[in-house]
Write a protein that binds this ligand. Structure first.
Ligand SMILES: Cc1cc2nc3c(=O)[nH]c(=O)nc-3n(C[C@H](O)[C@H](O)[C@H](O)COP(=O)(O)OP(=O)(O)OC[C@H]3O[C@@H](n4cnc5c(N)ncnc54)[C@H](O)[C@@H]3O)c2cc1C
Length: 479
């Protein structure tokens, strides 16, 4: 379906196909209203593909006093583990403790005790282990001043698959979702928002579509869509970057999390899709919001941490498979270190309009329901599904831990793919976790696009060339 096939009017238009928009779309589609979601590029191509991919309470939010957010996140983690076992998996963490290193072992234990209370899950209970047990799990650990370690559990996901599956579920429940369609501006009449001007990014075609309520869930771009009486909060974009290594270079059986020796920020490494992910940084992003890149100093910062924690490994930058960077929408409180800035979401509204930005991947379901409770005040036909209603009809044969394969390409080419990077970088994560940006899967991916999407030879050649140059520009390891 494209712009020309749209109905002239919807009850709800959701702008932005990241986790926030996808969560709202999924809940709205089963709430008895007509809903249209538009995404300017590919689904999940914004911040939601570049997160750390942890469905977690966030131990560090306890450090910054965000208890409510931590408790809510842990509850949501538990729920997703139950309801989406193919998308969200348990992940064991090892947090080594060192003499003289802050925060102290006692303080971290206290944080984990709270974590356990919030989760009420015997399987996820944290515990202390001694030096020998710590080294049996991660023999690469620096032994100087090592006191032992704390073990706890969180969960990992594939952020892009999570977004896609919410959108797919919403479409199955009657919603309409279009990628590569941008909301250019809001339509307004008689002091209220009454729709949006939409533009097909592929054909340039424009169309006005009416709606009773428009929801702006465009993340870090949210300030861009303004209108009469709409006062979006001022945002402070913060960038976080990651490096991806071959698993053989950093073969960890679980996640390892620790505090950076330079500034005591939490950093981590964990096995993901057959590779090892290490992250993350946290700094003000003043460059282009659409194409964030990891810088050399961020890469050096991460390597410095691992040189300290695992000196014998001797991790080198040129051994990394890829890098990626994402930008958080943080509400600008005017001051403070990036890592102390609140990760809570912000909502604002006006007649016919609701804006939502910030927050976490983990809490998308709660955010979606809060936004729709507001929307229902302007749209009485909207009846939210019961709080206990499961998110998905049924689980699939997927796992965020497994490496991408050629077989995945055939089925996933039919998942609203428009370009080769949609398939190799988001429907599958081959571009990030396989050597040479997934070069070995380009041919199988193109074959799938030939048979499913009817691409001819010329289209295949230009898609492959665009994909390679995009990967070099955005995801190569910084010089
Ligand atoms: C480095 C980093 C690590 C993180 N790690 C975690 C983690 O481990 N766990 C966790 O829970 N959270 C994590 N987060 C937070 C989480 O990733 C974000 O809160 C979440 O992805 C934001 O989703 P969103 O849908 O609001 O924004 P986005 O994903 O950015 O979606 C907004 C979408 O709107 C689209 N758009 C913009 N303008 C328009 C327009 N005019 N018309 C149509 N579409 C438009 C964009 O293309 C984009 O796709 C992390 C964030 C970062 C940056």
């Amino acid at each position: 379906m494209r712009l020309t096939d749209l109905a002239p009017r919807y009850d709800l238009i959701v702008i932005g196909g990241g986790i926030t928009g996808a969560g709202i779309f999924r809940e709205a589609a089963r709430a008895g209203v007509s809903v249209l979601l538009v995404e300017a590029r590919d689904f999940a191509s914004g911040t939601s593909s570049w997160s750390s991919k942890l469905v977690h309470g966030g131990l560090r939010y306890l450090q910054t006093g965000e208890w409510r957010l931590t408790a809510e996140s842990v509850r949501e983690r538990q729920r997703l583990l139950r309801e989406a076992p193919d998308l969200v998996e348990r992940l064991d963490f090892l947090l080594p403790s060192y003499r003289g290193v802050k925060p102290s072992r006692g303080l971290v234990r206290l944080g984990l005790w709270l974590y356990d209370r919030f989760a009420r899950d015997a399987q996820a209970r944290s515990q202390s282990v001694d030096i020998a047990a710590s080294l049996a799990i991660a023999p690469q650990l620096n032994t100087h001043n090592l006191l032992g370690a704390l073990q706890y559990q969180d969960a990992r996901t594939d952020d892009c698959r999570l977004v896609w599956r919410l959108i797919e579920q919403g479409m199955r429940d009657g919603g309409t979702a279009l990628n590569y369609v941008r909301a250019e501006q809001l339509l307004q009449a008689q002091g209220r928002t009454c729709g949006a001007v939409l533009r097909d990014a592929e054909t340039g075609e424009m169309r006005e579509t009416a709606a009773t309520v428009v929801i702006n869930a465009s993340g870090v771009w949210a300030e861009g869509l303004q209108g009469q009486g709409i006062a979006a909060p001022r945002l402070r974009p913060l960038r976080g970057s990651h490096l991806v290594y071959p698993h053989t270079r950093l073969p960890l059986p679980c996640a390892v999390s620790f505090f950076h020796p330079r500034d005591r920020r939490p950093v981590f490494a964990y096995p993901w899709q057959g590779a090892t992910l290490i992250g993350t940084t946290d700094l003000d992003h003043r460059e282009d919001l659409w194409n964030p890149r990891m810088t050399r100093s961020e890469a050096d910062y991460l390597l410095e941490a691992f040189d300290w924690l695992m000196p014998a490994v001797g991790l080198r930058l040129d051994e990394a498979l890829s890098s990626f960077a994402g930008v958080r929408a943080i509400i600008d409180d005017g001051d403070g270190k990036p890592s102390s800035a609140s990760r809570e979401s912000a909502q604002w509204s006006a007649p016919g309009f609701i804006g939502i930005t910030g927050g976490k991947l983990t809490t998308f379901r709660v955010t979606a329901r809060q936004v729709l409770v507001q929307a229902a005040k302007q749209l009485p036909a909207l009846r939210l599904a019961a709080e206990q209603a499961p998110l998905f009809d049924q689980p699939r044969q997927e796992s965020p831990a497994l490496a991408p394969t050629a077989q995945q390409m055939q089925a996933r080419a039919g998942e609203e793919v428009h370009h080769l990077d949609d398939l190799l970088l988001r429907r599958s994560r081959a571009g990030l976790v396989l050597p040479d940006f997934g070069e070995s899967l380009i041919e199988p991916a193109l074959m799938a696009c030939r048979s499913t999407l009817g691409w001819d030879e010329a289209r295949c050649l230009s898609e492959a060339s665009n994909y390679r140059s995009h990967m070099h520009q955005q995801h190569s390891v910084p010089d």
